[in-house]
Design a binder for this molecule. Structure first.
Ligand code: BGP
Length: 494
């Protein structure tokens, strides 16, 4: 049997894309609550208000369009805009039903993010919000009924809005202490209910989407590097606190990672691959490896970045690295120094050119049958620490039939190939893999585009891009397929 007994099969979600109830139960606003919807061609926007003049407007968030908030203005939620996070797919009111569906599929694990501003509405309050704590108590009690182990992301693309407006987000060290207070509060409060935590979702997105990753409006290289450093320190302090609270709590890093392929056999393309991988791997070298690698120090020097550090920071990073390394992986990127030969720009994923060996869907994402084996090996060879695939899946514009069924054979095909690839990494290469949580197990809002039409789930949710729909849940064909995969512990992928 390839998969070890106790392998944590399940699904993953994030509060800002799934939970809703944005102003209920004493929750404060997050950066994600000021983010409008968009599409594959229209970037999402962040809205702002000038408190002195009352003037309002919007800006790109630096993910496809530059971020510019006028002097004196603050990121704000304004009337007349549609914000998908506000209701999302309403886990807040549907958690019992959704967890029952996860139980029916046989989930061993459910990855969800806790909404920092639900626990500490401004991020830096002295005391937690009891209603927020009670909500997740109810969620974890529900999970326990079905023997589902929660995996909690402490911050998934959201920063309490007050921390962005008052301090400029994670570029300021002022975020560290409140984060550690929040992490310590929940780790103590949920002791015995939650053993696995991740600190920051896809921490390396600080480089590419710093508003989402760190609540940054200032997106200069200096601010991004400092934002990452402050999150590393906060993560190390969280590991330290976790180990003091209980040896049973494990705190992981979460990285966005996939293979990078050279388009040609020109060694210059291989060099480009190495540089692109370095762009990501320095984040895990610091958080999981415990040190700033030489290539990153050199790069910061070239860019004129000077990190503001406090005495003891480097020791802290070395003494309290992550207990395990989790990552998201949807597919690979292909890069080249010969773009004129490669034709299509835009690539199979977020960067690079199109790979002629891979087919892409409407959002440019491809099914790569080797990506998980390749990434698992690369990360395991580098760190020799337990790994966890906490996101993998495919967004598609699913169609619900009149009888409520959804025939998503393309999703089954994608998952079958990916699960086979991770199975090979365990069986052939001996990689230590803790679990697999498929992304967006119940349909939720797309993070990149803010759409509903880009669906990932085993469970369809009746809601559209304008926020209309009954929120009714129905099982897709992939629901039954995954149920069988879990029941046979990954032996039957047919
Ligand atoms: C990851 C994020 C998730 C998620 C996923 C799919 O980067 O951690 O939050 O949404 O990508 O991306 P999208 O929703 O843009 O299709």
């Amino acid at each position: 049997m390839a998969f070890p007994e106790g392998f944590l099969w399940g699904g993953a979600t994030a509060a800002n894309q799934y939970e809703g109830g944005w102003d209920e139960g004493g929750k404060g606003p997050n950066t994600s609550d000021a983010l409008t919807n968009g599409s594959h061609t229209v970037p999402r926007r962040v809205t702002w208000r000038n408190p002195a003049t009352g003037e309002t407007g919007s800006t790109g968030m630096g993910f496809g369009a530059p971020m510019e908030v006028p002097e004196g203005a603050e990121v704000a939620i304004i009337d007349g805009e549609y914000y998908p996070s506000h209701t999302a797919t309403d886990f807040y009111h549907h958690y019992k039903e959704d967890i029952a569906l996860m139980g029916e599929m046989g989930f061993k694990c459910f990855r969800l993010s806790m909404n920092w501003a639900r626990i500490f509405p401004n991020g830096d309050d002295a005391e937690p919000n009891p209603e927020g704590l009670a909500f997740y108590d109810a969620v974890f009690d529900e999970c326990a009924k079905y023997g589902i182990e929660p995996l909690v992301t402490l911050s998934h693309y959201e920063t309490p809005l007050h921390l962005t407006n008052a301090y400029g987000g994670w570029k300021s060290r002022a975020c560290i202490e409140p984060f550690v207070r929040y992490a310590t509060t929940v780790m103590k409060h949920y002791l015995g209910k939650v053993k696995y935590y991740l600190t920051f979702n896809e921490i390396n997105m600080m480089s590419h989407a710093p508003y989402m990753g760190g609540g940054l409006v200032d997106q200069s290289p200096q601010a991004k590097a400092q934002g990452a450093h402050n999150q590393f320190v906060a993560s190390a302090l969280t590991v330290k606190a976790a180990h003091e609270i209980s040896p049973d709590i494990k705190v992981g890093q979460m990285l966005a990672f996939g293979p990078t392929y050279p388009y040609t056999a020109d060694p210059a393309d291989d060099l480009l691959v190495m540089e692109r991988e370095h762009d990501t791997l320095w984040y895990s070298d610091v958080q999981t490896g415990g040190y700033y690698p030489a290539y990153r120090l050199k790069e910061m020097e070239r860019q004129g970045i000077e990190l503001e550090m406090e005495e003891g920071d480097l020791d802290l990073l070395a003494t309290y690295p992550a207990d395990f390394l989790s990552f998201s992986c949807y597919g690979g990127s292909t890069v080249t120094t010969h773009p004129e030969d490669a034709g299509v720009e835009g690539g199979n994923f977020v960067q690079g050119v199109s790979n002629p060996y891979l087919e892409t869907n409407a959002w440019g994402w491809a099914t790569d049958p080797y990506c998980l084996r390749l990434t698992l090996n690369k990360l395991y060879d580098r760190y020799r620490k337990p790994l966890w695939i906490v996101e993998n899946g495919i967004g598609w514009s699913d169609v619900k039939e009149a009888d409520g069924s959804v025939h998503d054979d393309y999703r089954i095909d994608y998952l079958r190939k990916n699960i086979q690839s991770m199975k090979d990494a365990i069986e052939i290469d001996g990689v230590d893999l803790m679990g697999y949580t498929m992304w967006g197990c119940v349909d939720l809002v797309s993070c990149g585009t803010g759409e509903m039409r880009k669906r990932y789930g085993f469970v369809y949710v009746d809601r559209d891009d304008e926020g209309k729909g009954t929120l009714e849940r129905s099982r897709k064909d992939s629901f039954y397929w995954y149920q069988k995969v879990i029941a046979t512990n990954g032996e039957d992928l047919s």
